[in-house]
Write a protein that binds this ligand. Structure first.
Ligand code: ADP
Ligand code: MG
Length: 398
């Protein structure tokens, strides 16, 4: 299947070719013709499978440039909003369609100027959009296409009330598209009142991490976590490492310490100013920073090429986030490595992850690392041997 058969205009096909896209991804192949027909869509596909172009290309095809907001795209984070705006600008470079973005954490001036000039497609995070609407800078009365991107993340982040408010401000007569990595139950009730007769497209729900990622747990006592992290970094030949922490405080702590060790480090979490967040991400993408320390704000959706290693300083609380986090490496068929530090308190979360992916994850002890005693090593070994014994008994008694 090539892009030619999907019904997109020549200007778009030209831009796609220039971007080096050779053939549509499965989610693009299945949604683009439906969207062009005017259907509502609910699509779920793993991160990194090209959902932005899946909704962006047909939307650009449908709209007649007119400098009023005809399409609204909601994004859960500022970084995703920027990324999607950039992609749409790439796709529309041979069109007159204008694309703009609004998100929080920066001044209003430039955004107001952009809005005054007029845009056809507005990408936005919910909070800042509501502020602009409150100030009378934006009207949604011309919206014909409403797109909710990364819906699962949006709901996780508690945006449901804001998003509901915004949906109600859009005209009833419209096309609505939902794109998400997963379809948790909360989305399904939202779907019922927002979508009309939607086409449901589900592309291979993948619980397992990509095959290109090697991943393991590194058991350690809480007090040695930082030391083990440094040891892992020292022993690894990395090009770029993304380190995830559960808390903003840990992210700051680790980045400060790594800077002292002369690593170039960026930090990404929600207490950092937008300027800092943008600079960190840009610097990491461009290679200026070899390390990015981030909270889960970076776990989903962000498309960063060439991350060679992911390190989970904490085990993610949500099993699915594990797959998302380590999915930041090993993208586009490249090899990636993911290390997860595991303390005793986190055994439950580790078990939940193994249950979710349906596989036991290897435990690795670093040779020559001066481990303090942890009951963790023993208790897991004991557990394993007890299981083996009871399996053996089970066989005997049969
Ligand atoms: P998702 O939203 O599903 O996580 P993105 O839309 O961010 O995925 O796309 C991930 C990456 O894949 C981007 O770098 C994008 O440019 C690239 N991409 C999208 N569609 C194609 C395609 N058909 N061929 C090659 N690369 C593509
Ligand atoms: Mg996306």
């Amino acid at each position: 299947m090539s892009f030619d058969g999907l019904g997109l205009s020549d200007s778009l096909l030209k831009a796609i070719t220039e971007l080096g896209f050779e053939k549509p991804t499965p989610v693009q192949e299945q949604t683009i013709p439906q969207i062009l027909k005017g259907k509502d869509i609910i699509a779920s596909a793993q991160t990194g499978t090209g959902k932005t172009a899946a909704f962006g290309l047909p939307t650009l095809d449908i709209l007649e440039p007119g400098k009023r907001i005809q399409c609204l795209i909601l994004e859960p984070t500022r970084e995703l909003a920027q990324q999607v705006e950039e992609s749409l600008k790439d796709y529309s470079k041979h069109l007159k369609t204008r694309v703009g973005v609004v998100y929080g954490g920066v001044k209003y001036g430039k955004q107001r100027e952009m809005l005054d000039k007029g845009v056809d497609i507005l990408v936005a995070t919910p909070g800042r959009l509501l502020d602009h609407i409150g100030q009378g800078n934006i009207s949604l009365k011309n919206v014909r296409i409403l797109i909710l991107d990364e819906v699962d993340r949006m709901l996780d982040m508690g945006f449901l009330p804001d998003v509901s408010k915004l949906i109600k401000m859009c005209p009833e007569e419209r096309q609505t598209l939902f794109f998400s990595a997963t379809l948790p139950r909360a989305i399904q009730s939202l779907m019922k009142w927002v979508l009309k007769n939607p086409e449901v497209v589900e592309v291979g729900r993948r619980r397992a991490p990509a095959e290109t990622v090697t991943h393991a747990f590194y058991p350690v006592v809480e007090r040695q976590k930082y030391k083990l992290l440094i040891e892992l970094l020292e022993r690894t030949h990395f090009e770029s490492v993304l380190i995830f922490t559960r808390t903003k405080m840990n992210a700051d702590f680790i980045s400060r310490r790594l800077e002292k060790l002369e690593h170039s480090v960026g930090v990404l979490h929600s207490d950092r100013s937008q300027g800092e967040r943008t600079a960190s991400l840009k610097g990491f993408k461009s290679g200026k920073f070899e390390v990015l320390v981030a909270t889960d704000i970076a776990a989903r959706g962000l498309d960063i090429a060439g991350i060679s290693h992911v390190i989970n300083y904490d085990v993610p609380l949500n099993a699915e986030d594990y797959v998302h986090r380590i999915g930041r490496t090993g993208r586009a068929e490249k090899e990636g490595d993911a290390f997860t530090l595991l303390t005793e308190d986190e055994l439950k979360n580790a078990a939940a992850i193994e249950h979710f992916i349906g596989k036991k994850i290897d435990r690795i002890k670093l040779d020559g690392f001066d481990y303090m005693y942890s009951a963790l090593f023993e208790s897991e070994e004991k557990l394993a041997s007890r299981k083996a014994t009871s399996r053996a008994y089970g066989r005997l008694s049969r």
